[in-house]
Design a protein around this ligand. Structure first.
Ligand code: ADP
Ligand code: MG
Length: 615
């Protein structure tokens, strides 16, 4: 039997590898531009002829290479960026596979000049189809320049596969824009057939976006910012009215590397739920900073697909921070006293200056700490706050309780409230910060522009949700160990759900193991107590069992499950101060108009509307 196996010659191996890394002229632009950035360049000029078919020239002012490195860089697996396998898990550079230059040199005519700062002379190398044609000293400035000609000259199949010039140049422009957005401080220029396409002087992100998209965009950007242990998120989304018919304006970056992710894209779309016109897509420029050890950029040869260890967590951060930002900029439905009322104000009155609602907010108040007191409480000495009302169940008459508060009002379950009608006790109505609770369900109080009605249970749900969420992003959530572990029999499916979501549950403050079909929970988030623990665990199983993990936001739903369970126990609001504290606390939530389950929390009735009822 004769032996059949032989090793491929290097230039063939390089050509095959090139097929993966270099698919079209735009891939060359991307690889060379990324190399320039890795080499510390502060200015890179790109000159393209005939969509890259005739020439791709990239000139940088980076660190350059020594004479021997200049030759070595064209070898396959030659890289200065990693030394051992461990470095793969702490990447700070764009390249690391040592494949790009070897691939390009295998399928094109390449001329490179490079010089390091302290070297007297530079080095010029000409290489064609992996063959070195010349290698000599040259006079050139510090940095590196590449000229790539006759791309795919020896791979006709690939050459024939290329699209028309305008399409190929569009691809080049796309790659250029992605890198430009990720590196606003780098001076970048792009020329095509002697026309200046882009000249981007160094700037900051917002201005770079405007450089790329045009001056109109400045007013369309809504800033996004969130910091947590696992991910720092910053960037901009486009106001919903500027959403586009194509997905063109969607940019995701992790550690300044552009990537694609339908999963995070879904998070953004979800944040825009209900705000977009039909068949339009939100625009966004989102930059995630994540510990390089917690991502894997090695899953795709062109590195545009990236695996995240904590993707569910990041999903929820993306979703919530965009929702928050849209709300803050009054884009998502938020309560706007003047605006809401203006619907009811006669035309003649609309020109009058609106009156600011007077709501006092106590920054320090925390419903989770029974010892915290509101500003109001501080001012008046012995008054009870909302959290005390929860802890003490409100029994025992406070000396400062107004005489109207003979009755204790209990907040009932959500289901019972739905049918109840709101009756406004006009005889009890007093102006200024007095508030009342009606049938244990609604809080009514007077604002300067009219009456405000608050759905009490939803308000509590929002308060607990916001607080829990804020703790979640400043990971980990306060967790309390249970003296006696909570035990529950679980099915096979439930075991699987629990195990699949272990890391998320841990971040949420749960610690539990399943052995022989019994779940033993030894720690839970501190907001849960007694009966709300079992309620929360049931809710969690409901959540993860019915949530489509690819599509849904599990973290959001789990936090909601905790919030709902924590707020389920019967609460008694028996003093004006407790109610007022609840109102204050609600208004500290950035989103205080809609509950986390998207139900309305606040309704206003303008003075004008009240007046009309008496006509
Ligand atoms: P990688 O970027 O994955 O390391 P490349 O084939 O793209 O692999 O480049 C090989 C090596 O050549 C790089 O690691 C770097 O040391 C060197 N190099 C490439 N381009 C430049 C440049 N513009 N300036 C300085 N060094 C460069
Ligand atoms: Mg590279």
């Amino acid at each position: 039997m004769s032996d059949l196996i032989q090793l491929l010659p290097d230039h063939i191996a390089n050509q095959i590898a090139a097929g993966e890394v270099i698919q079209r002229p735009a891939s060359v632009v991307k690889e060379l531009l990324e190399n320039s950035i890795d080499a510390g360049a502060t200015k890179v000029d790109i000159n393209i002829k005939d969509a890259g078919n005739t020439l791709i020239q990239v000139v940088d002012n980076g660190n350059g290479m020594s004479s021997s490195d200049a030759l070595l860089c064209f070898q396959r697996h030659a890289t200065s960026k990693i030394r051992n396998a461990n470095d793969l898990f702490a990447l700070t550079t764009k390249g690391f596979r040592g494949e790009a230059l070897a691939s390009i040199a295998a399928i094109a005519h390449v001329e490179m000049r490079t010089k390091q700062e302290d070297d007297e002379v530079g080095r010029s190398i000409v290489i064609e189809g992996s063959q070195i044609k010349s290698n000599e000293d040259t006079v050139c400035p510090k940095g590196t320049s590449f000229e790539i000609k006759n791309l795919f000259y020896n791979v006709p199949a690939r050459r024939n596969f290329l699209k028309k010039d305008s399409t190929e140049f569009k691809h080049i422009q796309d790659e250029f824009e992605r890198i430009a957005l990720a590196h606003p401080s780098i001076h970048l220029t792009l020329k095509h057939n002697e026309n200046d396409i882009y000249i981007f002087p160094p700037t900051v992100l917002r201005k770079r976006i405007v450089q790329v998209l045009g001056p109109n965009f400045n007013d369309r950007l809504v800033p996004i910012e969130e910091t947590s242990d696992i991910v720092n998120l910053k960037g901009y989304v486009l106001k919903p009215e500027f959403s586009r018919k194509t997905r063109g304006g969607q940019f995701l970056f992790v550690n300044d590397r552009y990537f694609k992710s339908s999963y995070f894209n879904h998070a953004v779309s979800k944040a825009f739920d209900g705000l977009l016109k039909d068949r339009t897509f939100p625009g966004y420029f989102l930059f995630l900073q994540v510990d390089p050890q917690r991502i894997d950029v090695n899953v795709h040869p062109t590195k545009t697909e990236i695996k995240f260890e904590e993707e569910k967590y990041i999903y929820s951060i993306v979703l919530s921070s965009i929702r928050l930002a849209l709300g803050k900029y009054n884009i998502a439905p938020t309560i706007e006293f003047e605006q809401e009322n203006s619907f009811n104000i006669p035309l003649s009155m609309r020109k009058q200056t609106p009156i600011e609602p007077s709501i006092s907010i106590d920054e320090t108040f925390n419903p989770f700490s029974p010892s915290s007191t509101t500003t109001r409480a501080n001012n008046s000495g012995a008054k009870k706050d909302y959290s005390e009302a929860i802890t003490n169940q409100g029994f025992g008459k406070d000396t400062s309780t107004p005489s109207d508060w003979e009755n204790f009002y209990t907040i009932e379950e959500e289901n019972n409230i739905e049918e109840e009608k709101v009756e406004i006790p006009f005889e009890d109505f007093k102006e200024n910060e007095q508030s009342f609770i009606i049938k244990g369900s609604y809080i009514i109080f007077s604002s300067k522009s009219g009456l405000m009605l608050i759905h009490a249970r939803r308000a509590i749900e929002q308060i607990v949700y916001t607080e829990t969420f804020n703790r979640f992003i400043s990971n980990p959530i306060d967790s309390q160990s249970l003296l006696f572990p909570f035990e529950k029999e679980v099915s096979k499916n439930e075991t699987q759900y629990w195990n699949e979501n272990q890391s998320l549950l841990k971040q949420l403050g749960f610690n539990g193991e399943i052995e022989k079909g019994i779940l033993k929970v030894s720690a839970v988030p501190s907001v849960l107590q007694d009966e709300s623990i079992s309620k929360a665990i049931d809710e969690i199983f409901n959540t993860v069992a019915y949530q489509d993990i690819e599509k849904g936001d599990v973290a959001h739903s789990l936090i909601l499950a905790i919030a709902v369970s924590a707020s389920m126990k019967k609460l008694i609001l028996n003093t004006n101060e407790a109610i007022q504290a609840l109102i204050d606390q609600l208004f500290q939530c950035e989103n205080h108009t809609y509950s986390p389950r998207n139900k309305k929390i606040i309704e206003t009735i303008s003075l004008d509307e009240i007046g009309q009822k008496f006509n």
